[in-house]
Each structure stands twice: as C-alpha cells, then as structure tokens.
Design a protein around this ligand. Structure first.
Ligand SMILES: Cc1cc2nc3c(=O)[nH]c(=O)nc-3n(C[C@H](O)[C@H](O)[C@H](O)COP(=O)(O)OP(=O)(O)OC[C@H]3O[C@@H](n4cnc5c(N)ncnc54)[C@H](O)[C@@H]3O)c2cc1C
Length: 377
C-alpha cells in the first residue's frame, strides 16, 4: 500500500485525540486520526467540570455538548452514614454526559473540518529517526508520514513506548472499583451523593440521564470475591452499614451487571520528544475521585494546537515551543495526581479526608476561579 502524508497524525480517538483533531482541522491542518477500535471508545468518565466546560465554551462547543446533558451543582459527602460536607459548584455547575456520547459529539464536528479517521487500525510499527518519528506503519497496511505525531493512545500508549519515555504506573491497590448502570430513583435524581466508610468502602450515586443512574462501589480487594463472585446479597448488607440517604436504589443493585474497573495513577518523565507529543491518559492519569482528567486533557489539547500551528512545520521551533509551553503542564498534572492520591489514601478517616479535600482543585483544577467565588465547605 502507498505511503500517505499529513500535517498531524493523532493516535487514539478518545476525548484528547478528537478534540485536538477538531482544533487543528479548524485551523486548516491536514489531520489523520488512527483508532484501534471500530468506533469512538467508551470509558468510565461521566463528569465534565467547570474548567473543561470553559475550554469548550472558548471554542463555541459548550451549548452543543451541554444540550442533552444533565447539569448539577452539588455533591454531598457522607462518612459512616453521616453527611460531612457539601461541595457546591457555582456558575452553572458541572455537566454529566457519558464519555462516549461526549466524544462522539466532538467527532461529528471533526467531519465538518475534513479530519480523516482510520478506525480498526492500530500502530504496527513506528520508525524513529534521530529523535523524531519518521513514519507510522498501520495494521491495515497503510504507511503514514506526518510532520507531527500525537500519542493520544491511552495509558498503555504505543507512541510513548516508541519514544522510550519512561513511565510510572501505580495501581490503587487498596481500592477495587466496580460500576453498574441502574434505573434512576428519587434520591439519585435529587442530588449526587458520595459515601465513604471507615472500613474502606465507598459508594457514589448519580444520574446519567432522565431514566438511568450510575453507581460506583469501591471496596477493599479482599472483600471483592465474597461480595461480587459468590453472590450479590452480601453487597446490600455492606452498603446498608454506611449508605443512608440512597436506600431507594438498593432494590435495583442486586440484578445489575457490575463491571470491574482498573484504576491507576500514571506519571511520565517527559511529554514530548522531537516532533512527537503525548496527550491525555498517555501522558498522565489521576484517581477518578478528582473528576478532572478530561478538563485537563481539553486544556492540554488547546495548548498543543496553538504550539503546532505556531511552529508551522519547523521541527526545531516545534521542539522549542513544546519545551516552553507544553512540558510545564507536567507540574499541574503532578499536583492533580498527588491530590487524587491524597483523597484515595484518606477517605477511610473522616478528619484526614476533610483535611486533604481541596475545593479549589476539585472545582476549578489549576484554572483560575472567578473572582466572586468563595471556597465552599
Ligand atoms: C473510572 C474512571 C472514571 C473517570 N471519570 C472521570 C470524570 O468523571 N471526569 C473526568 O474529567 N475524567 C474522568 N476520568 C479520566 C478520563 O477518562 C480521561 O482523562 C480521558 O478519558 C482521557 O482521554 P484520552 O483521549 O487520553 O484517552 P482514552 O479515552 O483512553 O482514549 C485512548 C484511545 O486510544 C486508542 N488506542 C490505544 N492504543 C492504540 C493504538 N496502538 N493504536 C490506535 N489506537 C489506540 C484506544 O482504543 C482509545 O480509543 C475517569 C477515568 C476513569 C478510569
């Protein structure tokens, strides 16, 4: 098969890859997105927080994406059954929209900008020159030469491997996560409730649309076999110990299909090498309790789009701009990962959790809060 060329090749059609493709396509870049799956991926993310909504607003997408999503402005936290704090989100709150739906909306916008998508095509080989990616060999036989290559290909990134960038993955070993989609109940429709127990359990109840809700359960790994593999009745006995204001959901939990989710943090030593850069979960992963991964990824894509366009095909300038404007994002990501680690390490202990909880990071991440905002407690 012939070798084709483009300005930017993006590996991975998740939120980061699709959003960057859209921004670049709008600015006249020839973009090819390579996705190993048959369609846009699904993932556990449901919440888009204020910083991410503001990125979308800057690009005229906030109304389009928010139109059929749910808006929420309050999360109530409980410890051993008692409410311990509320987190109130000002300025329209946050958006609940299942990940695949959100990314599909951005994907449909890409089509209008001439972005080319290759589904069912993964990376077979990456030819490296001196500190730069020369060519990508795809599993469908195609060969692709690109001025810039973006690894938006998730935590196991093939691009990161080819660049020989070191990474450190830390599984949250003390907290095994399960999720189920269940019918919406009155208590879940009322507000988002997140329960913690001093025995190392958590349970999070929230709606995803007018009929359905999501329930996340986190538990010590040693409890998982008994609860989820030898029959579900023990689940309710455990939840009844610390879930107080969501008991109307209990009946729907038993027949639900409980999907197991692996959660790890990921830190990498550099975000670019020559003409290639990492984006989204290929670059960093934090505990989902922060609810911020997508917001940071959207902002990172904005920076990458600016840098790529400013470099205008000049490799040396691209390298310099990535060093100056993109690499510093590692510092913001590090703070977010540390924050997620602190939440995961303390939630069993009420006082330690409250001391670790940072409303500013939780609501605004590293973006500046509006001046009128006062920290909720
Ligand atoms: C349980 C859970 C809950 C979360 N909840 C939230 C939340 O509520 N709010 C929030 O902001 N963030 C949340 N996050 C984080 C959020 O999911 C990530 O920040 C976001 O998905 C990053 O998007 P991405 O584009 O990097 O990658 P991904 O969505 O991981 O997409 C990577 C894509 O690359 C493709 N790919 C991989 N390898 C190859 C290859 N070799 N060739 C071609 N394609 C390839 C994959 O198929 C996939 O489509 C959560 C994360 C988890 C684990």
């Amino acid at each position: 098969m012939a070798t084709t060329s483009c300005d930017v090749a993006i590996v991975g059609a998740g939120l980061g890859g699709c959003f960057l493709a859209l921004l670049l396509g709008r600015r006249g870049q020839r973009v090819v997105v390579i996705e190993q799956g048959p369609s846009i991926p699904s993932a556990g993310a449901d919440f888009l927080k204020p910083p991410g909504l503001r990125v979308l607003a800057r690009h005229g997408l906030a109304d389009f994406v928010g139109r059929h999503g749910l808006r929420r402005d309050l999360i109530r936290y409980y410890h051993d059954g008692d409410p311990i704090q509320e987190c109130r989100f000002p300025d329209g709150g946050f958006l609940i929209r299942p990940y695949q739906e959100l990314v599909e909306l951005i994907y449909t916008c890409c089509a209008m900008e001439g972005v080319e998508f290759c589904f069912d095509a993964s990376i077979d080989d990456i030819t490296m020159g001196e500190d730069r990616v020369e060519e990508l060999a795809l599993s469908n036989g195609q060969r692709l030469r690109a001025g810039v290559v973006i690894g938006a290909d998730g935590t196991k990134s093939a691009v990161r491997r080819a660049l020989a960038i070191e990474q450190r993955t830390m599984p949250y070993e003390r907290l095994l996560m399960r999720v189920a989609t269940v019918p919406l109940t009155a208590s879940i429709a009322q507000l988002n409730r997140l329960y913690f127990s001093s025995e190392g359990w958590l349970a999070y109840f929230y709606p995803i649309n007018a009929e359905q809700a999501r329930v996340f359960v986190g538990l010590p790994p040693e409890d998982d076999k008994e609860i989820f593999q030898d029959g579900i009745p023990a689940l309710l006995d455990e939840l009844k110990k610390f879930v107080t204001d969501s008991s109307d959901a209990f009946d729907s939990l038993q027949p639900a299909a409980w999907q197991r989710i692996k959660v790890s943090s990921l830190r990498v030593e550099a975000y670019h090498k020559g003409n290639a850069a990492l984006l989204g979960s290929a670059a960093f992963a934090c505990h989902p309790m922060t609810g911020m991964g997508m917001s940071y990824t959207l902002h990172d894509a904005e920076i990458l789009a600016d840098v790529i366009c400013a470099a205008g095909g000049d490799d040396e300038l691209l390298d310099r701009l990535l060093s100056a404007r993109y690499e510093p994002r590692r510092e913001a990501h590090r703070a977010l990962i540390d924050y997620g680690d602190a939440l995961a390490a303390t939630f069993r202990d009420r006082d330690a959790y409250l001391a670790a909880f940072r409303a500013d990071l939780h609501i605004y991440g590293d973006a500046a809060a509006p001046a009128a905002w006062a920290a909720p407690r």
